[in-house]
Design a protein around this ligand. Structure first.
Ligand code: NAP
Ligand code: MG
Length: 397
């Protein structure tokens, strides 16, 4: 008998190969077992174009209302895509639009499979990365100093009062300068999103910065994180998880010896660099999921990869494809489990966990798509085509 999901999930459809996979997942893996109330928004690029991108805004507002969304990969149009799909204009990235409406932080989490060994031997459980996505060097002002002169940091209060001015450097010759900033609002909402994620995933939270050297700037990040974690101390204790502040270099050293199973919250630049390191360390884009968490605890789940355009073109030519659907399936199970948790319906959560474990067992049993077959140990004799892989999962239910 089908399990009923109590409250709605906001479904955002997408483009190209992932749109094809999306439909198969729903029809073969979800609909036979679940009664879902889906609030459907078609974020396929043509429909975004027809609605002047209003559909993306409506979808984000629906997530605000219902709390849980799941999103298929979508095309972010550039000049070539505008021509290819005869679009009115190069619409903004849907993820950017959704993120700015929900004011969220994106967390990436790898899926661990025993026969796809990570590059780092000690990694046994997923390491999630949360990257602060505002400010620091990504909103900097830079200046190439041509010769001797005095550089100063000047702050003029809007409320009146005295200017503050600090000498940065008395240059004796040419050099280079940069001014960076962040805001308390952004740091605080990042810290809250990280705390919500750690509580949701029941995992430890690590935060690293360099407050020994940057006592004011990095020190402020630490102060805000400490305060926000302190405010949720009882929730952390209830779940038996910890918040740990570390110097960033200590965090890097410890990550390489850790088993995993934590959320690593990173300042903007650290997150940019470390998320690429962690992703490649775990093996494949097809095994990386991503979730947007807002400071109010609204969630949008998706695969970290794009629409896999190259495979789609092969598909359109009638050629067989071997596209990995695992990250898209886990986007669905993530959303379904979250829905079940917030609704207090354990059978819904169990459905999601069961589907995840079947997917993992399928790969561990040697059935996998081409991208994984290339890095698996041992290598399978042959790889599964896109639909074969999904059918194999459906058969094992
Ligand atoms: P992509 O779709 O991530 O694919 C890049 C390459 O990575 C593929 O050609 C394929 O390599 C491999 N790959 C990625 N996902 C795979 C999977 N599930 N199974 C097997 N192989 C996989 O990136 P892209 O081709 O640069 O971007 C295509 C479109 O996606 C763009 O229009 C971009 O705007 C959009 N995009 C959307 C999102 C999002 O919605 N979150 C994110 C990124 C990109 P091989 O060709 O070697 O097999
Ligand atoms: Mg990067």
């Amino acid at each position: 008998m089908a399990i009923s999901v109590k409250n709605p999930i906001v479904e955002m459809d997408g483009d190209e190969m992932t749109r094809i996979i999306w439909k198969m997942i729903k029809e073969k893996l979800l609909f036979p077992h679940l009664k879902l109330d889906l609030k459907y928004y078609d974020l396929g690029v043509q429909h975004r174009d027809e609605t002047d991108d209003q559909v993306t805004i409506d979808a984000a507002n629906a997530v605000k209302e219902f709390g849980v969304g799941v999103k298929c990969a979508t095309i972010t149009p550039n000049a070539a895509r505008v021509k290819e799909y005869s679009l009115k204009q190069a619409w903004k990235s849907p993820n950017g639009t959704i993120r700015s409406i929900l004011d969220g932080t994106v967390f990436r989490k790898p899926i661990i499979v025993r026969n796809i060994p990570p590059a780092v031997r000690s990694w046994k459980r997923p390491i999630s990365i949360g990257r602060h996505a505002y400010g620091d060097i990504y909103r900097s002002v830079e200046y190439k100093v041509p010769g001797a002169g005095k550089a100063e940091l000047v702050f003029t209060p809007s409320a009146g009062g005295e200017k503050v001015s600090l000498v940065i450097q008395d240059f004796k010759g040419p050099g280079v300068l940069m001014g960076i900033h962040n805001t308390e609002k952004s740091i605080r909402s990042f810290a809250r999103a990280c705390i919500n994620y750690a509580l949701g995933e029941k995992c430890d939270l690590w935060f690293g910065a360099k407050d020994t050297i940057s006592k004011t700037y990095h020190g402020f990040f630490k102060e805000v994180f400490d305060q926000e974690a302190e405010a949720r101390k009882a929730d952390f204790e209830k779940l038996g998880i910890r918040y740990r502040y570390m110097l960033i270099d200590d965090a890097v050293a410890q990550i390489m010896k850790a088993e995993g199973g934590m959320l690593w919250a990173c300042m903007n630049y650290d997150g940019d660099v470390m998320s690429d390191m962690v992703a490649s360390g775990f093996g494949s884009l097809g095994l990386m999921t991503s979730v947007l968490v807002s400071p109010e605890g609204k969630y949008v789940y998706e695969a970290a990869h794009g629409t896999v355009m190259r495979h789609y073109y092969e598909h359109l030519k009638g050629n067989p494809t071997s596209t990995n659907s695992v990250a898209s399936i886990f986007a669905w199970t993530g959303a379904i489990a979250r829905r079940g948790e917030t609704d207090g319906t354990p059978d819904v959560v169990n459905f999601a966990r069961k589907l995840e474990s079947i997917v993992i067992k399928t790969i561990e049993g040697g059935v996998m798509t081409k991208d994984l077959a290339a890095i698996a140990e041992p290598k399978p004799g042959k790889y599964a085509l896109t639909e074969e892989f999904i059918d194999q999962i459906a058969r094992q239910w």
